[in-house]
Design a protein around this ligand. Structure first.
Ligand SMILES: [Zn+2]
Ligand SMILES: [Zn+2]
Length: 496
C-alpha cells in the first residue's frame, strides 16, 4: 500500500498524533528542537519514495518515522495479553472493559460465590462474572509435576507419556498455569510499583529463539539489582492479520504488521573487535548500516517467517513496551533505565519518556563492559569519548585492563563516577540467557521454530517462577529482595 498523499504540506509532515502521543521528533537530547513536534522544525526528504525521512533543521538528525496510532494499539495488545484470563468486566460497551479486579478493586463489588469461586459485579454496568482461578485448584498436583518436568528439560512427548495426557491437554494445562501465573504477578507487580517511588530498571532485547531466525525478538525490563522482571514483550501475535505489508509506510495505520520480507543481499557482518571502545564503535557502524536503524530486522538477509500468526515490526513492540511501563509507573518519581548499546531501546525510551527527560527525572543509560568486569567496583580514572554519529558522550574506566563504559542518554554530565559504579543490565541479560538454557529442548523443537506461539504461556510461567520462586545463591527470590514477600513461593503456592 503506497502512500500517495502530498507530504510537503506542513500539516501532514508528521504522522497524526494519537491520544496525545506524537513520537516523531528530534531525538538529539542536546538539540534545541529535542522533543519538538512543530512541523516547521523539520524537512521531509523523499529521495527514496519507500523511505521518507524526517530531518531536524537544527541538528541534522534523521529519526526514522513511526506511526503513533500503531504504537498505541500495540501497547493495548501487550496490556490485553497480560490481562488475558483475569477476572474483569467483559461488556464491550462498559468503560471497565478488561480492567482486572485484582488491580482495580474499586471498580467492582464482591458478589457472592459460584461453587467455591468468587463472583463479582461491575459497578459501572452491573454485569457479573466469576473469577475462575479463585477457589481450590483441582489440578495443582498434576500441574506441579508438569512444571517440574518442563523445568528439568523433559521433551513434551515424554511429559505427556509420564502424565498420561495427550499433547492437546498438555498445552491446555500450560495455558491454565500461565493464567494463574499472570494473576499472581499482577498483584506483586502492582505492589512493587506502588511502593517504589525511586526505581532503577534494566532492559535488554534478544532473539526469542536464537537458532530459528524467525524474527521474533524479546524485550524485557527488570528491577536492576533484584532482577524482579516487571515487563516482557515479543513482537509476534498468534492471531493472523489480514493486511501485512513488506514495506513500512508509517503514514498508514496498520504499519506495524509485517509481511515476510524478501531475501536481501547483506554484507556479512565483520567480527566485532575485542577492545571495549572498538567494540562500541563497531556496533554504532553496524546500526547505522541498517535500512531503518530502529529496526534490527531490517538488516537481516532473510527471515524464516512464522507459519502461523504475524510478526510486528520490532520498533512498535519496543515503543509499546516502554509506553506500558510508563503507564505502570505513573507514581514513580525517579527512574533510571540501564540498557545495552542499542539504538532501538534508546530511541523508544527517550521518545516515550521525553517529558521526563526534559524534567530530568529519568536517567536512561547505556552500559557496556568487558565480560570479566566485576559489578560494583568504584570507578578509577575516567576518560570521556564522543562516539557514533550521535556523538554520544561515553565515560570509560578500567581496573587491571578490564573496562566499563556508560553513556547518559539524557545528557547529564557530572555523575559519571556514580553511574560507572552502579549501572548494570546484567540481571535482565542473565534472565534471558537462563531461559535459553533452561528450556533449550522446548525452544528448539524443530516444529516450534516456525510456531513461536507455543512459547507464550511458557514466558509468563518463567517470569512468575523467576520473580517468586527462584532463589539466588543467598536463598532469596527477586520478590523477597524487593520486600514484597518474606519467603519464596513454592510451586504449589504459585499454582494455588
Ligand atoms: Zn535536532
Ligand atoms: Zn462493566
Amino acid at each position: 500500500m503506497m502512500n500517495t498523499r502530498r507530504l510537503d504540506n506542513h500539516d501532514s509532515l508528521l504522522p497524526e498524533a494519537c491520544n496525545g502521543h506524537q513520537l516523531n521528533h528530534c531525538k538529539t537530547v542536546s538539540c534545541s528542537h529535542f522533543g519538538s513536534t512543530d512541523p516547521h522544525h523539520y524537512v521531509l526528504q523523499r529521495n527514496n519514495p519507500n523511505k521518507p525521512m524526517l530531518v531536524c533543521k537544527e541538528c541534522g538528525a534523521f529519526p526514522p518515522i513511526i506511526n503513533n496510532h500503531d504504537v498505541v494499539e500495540e501497547a493495548l495488545r501487550l496490556k490485553q495479553q497480560q490481562n488475558s484470563g483475569m477476572p474483569a468486566c467483559s461488556n464491550p460497551d462498559c468503560e471497565n472493559l478488561g480492567l482486572p479486579v485484582l488491580t482495580h478493586r474499586h471498580l467492582y463489588h464482591a458478589f457472592g460465590f459460584s461453587g467455591d469461586r468468587q463472583r463479582y459485579r461491575c459497578k459501572c454496568c452491573q454485569a457479573t462474572f466469576v473469577d475462575r482461578w479463585s477457589g481450590v485448584n483441582g489440578k495443582n498436583l498434576i500441574q506441579q509435576k508438569l512444571l517440574a518436568m518442563l523445568f528439568t528439560g523433559y521433551p513434551v512427548r515424554d511429559i505427556c507419556r509420564r502424565l498420561n495426557m495427550n499433547p492437546k491437554s498438555f498445552y491446555d494445562q500450560l495455558s491454565h498455569i500461565a493464567s494463574r501465573c499472570r494473576r499472581q504477578l499482577a498483584m506483586f507487580d502492582a505492589r512493587l510499583v506502588k511502593h517504589t517511588p525511586q526505581l532503577a530498571l534494566a532492559s535488554d532485547i534478544s532473539e526469542l529463539q536464537p537458532n530459528s531466525g524467525n524474527g521474533v525478538l524479546w524485550v524485557a525490563s527488570s528491577e536492576a539489582e533484584s532482577g524482579y522482571v516487571l515487563a516482557q514483550d515479543i513482537n509476534y501475535q498468534p492471531d493472523e492479520h489480514k493486511e501485512c505489508s513488506e514495506w513500512h509506510d508509517p503514514y498508514a495505520d496498520g504499519a506495524r504488521f509485517m509481511a515476510a520480507p524478501s531475501a536481501q543481499r547483506v554484507e556479512a557482518p565483520a567480527a566485532l573487535p575485542q577492545g571495549l571502545l572498538a567494540h562500541i564503535d563497531a556496533v554504532y557502524r553496524e546500526i547505522m548500516a541498517r535500512p531503518n536503524f530502529e529496526d534490527p530486522l531490517s538488516s537481516k538477509p532473510r527471515l524464516n517467517y512464522p507459519s502461523k500468526g504475524c510478526l510486528i515490526r520490532p520498533q512498535y513492540t519496543v515503543y509499546a513496551h516502554y509506553m506500558h511501563l510508563q503507564q505502570m509507573l505513573v507514581q514513580n518519581e525517579k527512574l533510571a533505565i540501564y540498557m545495552p548499546q542499542e539504538t532501538l531501546l534508546r530511541s523508544a525510551c527517550i521518545s516515550i519518556f521525553c517529558e521526563r527527560i526534559k524534567d530530568k527525572t529519568i536517567h536512561p543509560i547505556y552500559v557496556e563492559t568487558d565480560p570479566e568486569w566485576q559489578h560494583g567496583q568504584q570507578a578509577g580514572r575516567i576518560d570521556i569519548v564522543l562516539m557514533g554519529w550521535w556523538r554520544d558522550r561515553w565515560a570509560f574506566t578500567r581496573q587491571n585492563d578490564i573496562s566499563k563504559g556508560v553513556c547518559h542518554l539524557g545528557g547529564e554530565k557530572d555523575n559519571e563516577g556514580q553511574w560507572l559504579e552502579i549501572a548494570t543490565h546484567k540481571a535482565i541479560t542473565r534472565y534471558q540467557q537462563r531461559f535459553q538454557d533452561q528450556f533449550a529442548q522446548f525452544i528448539n523443537e524443530p516444529r516450534r521454530k516456525l510456531r513461536p506461539g507455543g512459547l507464550l504461556p511458557l514466558l509468563d510461567i518463567y517470569r512468575a517462577w523467576h520473580n517468586l520462586c527462584h532463589q539466588d545463591k543467598d536463598g532469596f527470590t527477586p520478590a523477597q529482595r524487593m520486600g514484597l514477600v518474606t519467603t519464596p513461593l513454592t510451586l504449589e503456592q504459585l499454582l494455588s
